[in-house]
Design a protein around this ligand. Structure first.
Ligand code: ADP
Ligand code: MG
Length: 385
């Protein structure tokens, strides 16, 4: 798969295994996958199979057989959008291990390659592990699934060793187990697919899940103002041609997430969304308006675990701080006054103190109607009579 950077973060590990030993075990797993599945290694299972013209079953490592078997299943699920027999087209468009300089292939070259593409021309056998091609020129390219498989393999090894909290990343494909150092889910940034530099589109929070991203922004050729990306549409044998700039998939295992992310780049947003819903995969798609435009729009599934930065605490103005105290005091006074009037209204309790001139009220016959005063003064009695 060429030189690929990887990173393993272990939040805790059993005391019985030293960090150096852990490092060696991880490197061993990755080296093994690379030895078996790289198109850059002349003696890998994949390179040997690609060189062979035989249509008989050829023995391979059980791991290679397992990845080819899963690839064929995903090809069926994606109706051929993901197809590991795409190798000859990858090489024709100069994205393979042998670089000859980018140029647009002729129709004749494209037709010749089309005859060699189709996962239906591949067969796999698990016991004893072997693969076979039904047409002599068929080749396979596991670049869009092997990194995810390598991540799963490293995670399985760390599980076996007894590590409970870790993050594995190989060439951008990730699996998170348990919790990060500070506690809580692991936070993974999704790159914003522009060419100016690396900025984040969003951050996802995951635990015990894998996340893989494919895009048109890292490995591409620019030719006469057009972008030609390394994802090939197996139907046309041409680099994909639509507005999807990147597809990020979250799934249980990284091998599937990796392959699905590539398939999404072929299928486009509408078809891709439907398939993700069917497979219960979470997605974040970024679309660009024009080939080199900066106008990017994000689309996520309802369940995509976006991490949102906590809102900063709100600082109140003096008025905002005093207003509730003021309203509270007014309410308490109101209640006291109300409860005092309840006695006068319902219990007909006479008022003690000033009556405010009520004693002067008379009815139609000129009789005083006031009966609420407990201690009428002489003036009041005189006024009333
Ligand atoms: P990245 O390497 O950036 O993670 P991918 O996982 O999408 O990207 O893998 C892209 C590689 O997969 C290409 O370079 C090519 O070798 C291979 N490939 C291209 N188109 C397809 C396809 N339709 N199906 C399977 N593999 C593909
Ligand atoms: Mg991929």
């Amino acid at each position: 798969m060429g030189p690929i950077a990887y990173k393993v973060v272990i939040a805790d590990h059993p005391k019985t295994v030293s960090p150096v030993e852990l490092q060696e075990r991880v490197a061993e797993v990755l080296e093994n996958v690379n030895q078996l599945m790289s198109t850059y290694q002349p003696d890998s299972d994949v390179s040997r199979f690609n060189r062979s013209k035989s249509v008989e079953f050829q023995p391979v490592d059980p791991k290679t057989a397992a990845v080819v078997a899963r690839s064929i299943e995903i090809s069926k699920q994606t109706e051929g959008a993901f197809d590991i027999t795409v190798g000859p087209a990858v090489n024709l468009w100069d994205f393979g291990p042998t670089k000859s300089g980018f140029k647009i292939p002729s129709d004749a070259q494209m037709d010749a390659v089309k005859a060699l593409i189709g996962y239906q021309y591949l067969e796999v056998q698990i016991e004893p592990p072997a693969i076979r091609k039904l047409v002599a020129g068929i080749q396979i390219d596991l670049s869009a699934i092997a990194k995810g498989y390598a991540v799963d393999q490293v995670a399985a090894t760390l599980d076996q060793i007894g590590c409970g909290n870790f993050l594995v990343e190989v060439g951008g494909e990730v699996l998170a187990r348990g919790e990060r150092f500070a506690g809580g889910k692991w936070r993974i940034g999704v790159e914003r697919p522009n060419d100016a530099g690396i900025t984040l589109a969003s951050v996802a929070e995951i635990s015990n899940e894998a996340m893989a991203t494919s895009g048109d922004y890292r490995n591409f050729f620019e030719f006469k103002g057009r972008r030609y990306s390394h994802t090939i549409n197996p139907q046309t044998c041409r680099p994909v041609d639509h507005t999807l700039a990147s597809a990020c998939i979250i799934f249980k295992d990284c091998m599937t997430a990796d392959a699905l992310a590539t398939a999404m780049m072929v299928m486009g947003r509408n078809k891709g969304t439907k398939l993700c819903e069917k497979l219960d995969a979470n997605y974040l798609f970024v679309e660009r308006e024009t080939d080199f435009g900066d106008q990017l729009t994000e689309f996520t599934s309802n369940g995509f675990p976006l991490f949102k930065t906590p809102e900063p605490p709100v600082t109140l103005t003096i008025v905002q701080q005093i207003l509730p105290v003021f309203i509270g005091a007014a309410l308490i006074f109101g209640l006291v006054i109300l409860s005092m009037s309840v006695g006068a209204i319902f219990a007909k309790k006479p008022i003690t103190g000033s009556c405010g001139g009520l004693a002067n009220q008379t009815n139609a016959d000129g009789e005083t109607t006031c009966g609420i005063c407990s201690k009428p003064t002489t003036d009041c009695i005189e006024d009333a009579t």
